[in-house]
Design a protein around this ligand. Structure first.
Ligand code: ENP
Length: 233
């Protein structure tokens, strides 16, 4: 029915497993969390509902149950660099991008949606953002992004892709729309932008040029101290 992929098979086992792995092994400093209760709150946001009418606030209880502190200077924002970010962050050992928080681990690489008047997941298909913006996955990442940006402090790192078609800093993106406006100025010491070209890929955007310049100017206007590094080693 929908154009997007359906719910990831075994979603419940995957995310409950990820949750326990996160709190017991990856980042025990988050303290005790009730992974089953977090899963129930996650599910309640979208199950048995019109899959095109799920709002970020539907995940409020899920967020409240799973939120934990982000250590200062560990936040890593990004666009078009998912795999480089996940390998570089080293599951929060080096940096803690949103996908390496407990909240992010409920969504990373996964897909999910429900159906109206039906308590099952839809494993066949889920709406894409083009079909409807208020879908379960999009609204999840919106509230997760806002929460993460508000909590970030110290030095803020931003990894962009200098080989991305359409520019390293897409103006219509989670980063531009839900993260930058929620930075807490008084808790941020400076911002460092890394523009990474794909290995063997084209150099389309760089520090001081194109869309990176647009981001640098936006952040400067907001009063931040910015450094930008091309192909950070
Ligand atoms: P894409 O389009 O490069 O990659 C989307 C993939 O990254 C999906 O597998 C998605 O999981 C996963 N993902 C991990 N973190 C996020 C996320 N945080 N997010 C959306 N998807 C995420 O990424 P985008 O859409 O441009 O998003 C990049 C954003 O992530 C930036 O704002 C960055 O600062 C942030 P799934 O569940 O869709 O399979 C926020 C939105 O961390």
């Amino acid at each position: 029915k929908w154009k997007g992929e359906g719910t990831t098979p075994n979603l419940e086992s995957i995310v409950i497993g990820r949750c326990y792995e996160y709190i017991r092994i990856v980042n025990p400093s988050v303290g005790e969390k009730n992974c089953t209760a977090i899963w129930e709150a996650f599910k309640k946001a979208f199950i048995n509902k019109d899959p095109c009418n799920i709002l970020p606030l539907d995940y409020e209880l899920f967020i409240n149950l799973s939120v934990h502190t982000i250590p200062p200077s560990k936040s890593l924002f990004w666009e078009n660099n998912h795999l480089l970010v996940t390998s570089y962050s080293d599951r929060s050992r080096r940096y803690m991008p949103l996908c390496d928080t407990l909240i992010g681990s409920f969504g990373d690489f996964l897909n999910w949606c429900g159906r109206a008047n039906n308590t099952e997941f839809d494993y066949d298909s889920c709406p894409t953002t083009e079909e409807c913006e208020n879908n379960a996955v999009e609204s999840f990442w919106k509230i997760a992004s806002v929460t993460y940006a508000k909590q970030s402090s110290g030095v803020i790192y931003i990894m962009l892709n200098g080989s991305a078609i359409g520019g390293a800093y897409p103006v219509k993106s989670f980063f531009a729309t839900y993260e930058v406006p929620n930075f807490q100025k008084d808790r941020i010491s400076r911002i460092e932008i890394w523009v990474m070209d794909d290995i063997g890929g084209p150099d389309l955007d760089s520090c001081g040029k194109g869309t990176v310049q647009i981001l640098e100017e936006r952040l400067k206007t907001m009063g931040y101290d910015i450094t930008c590094i091309d192909n950070y080693k």
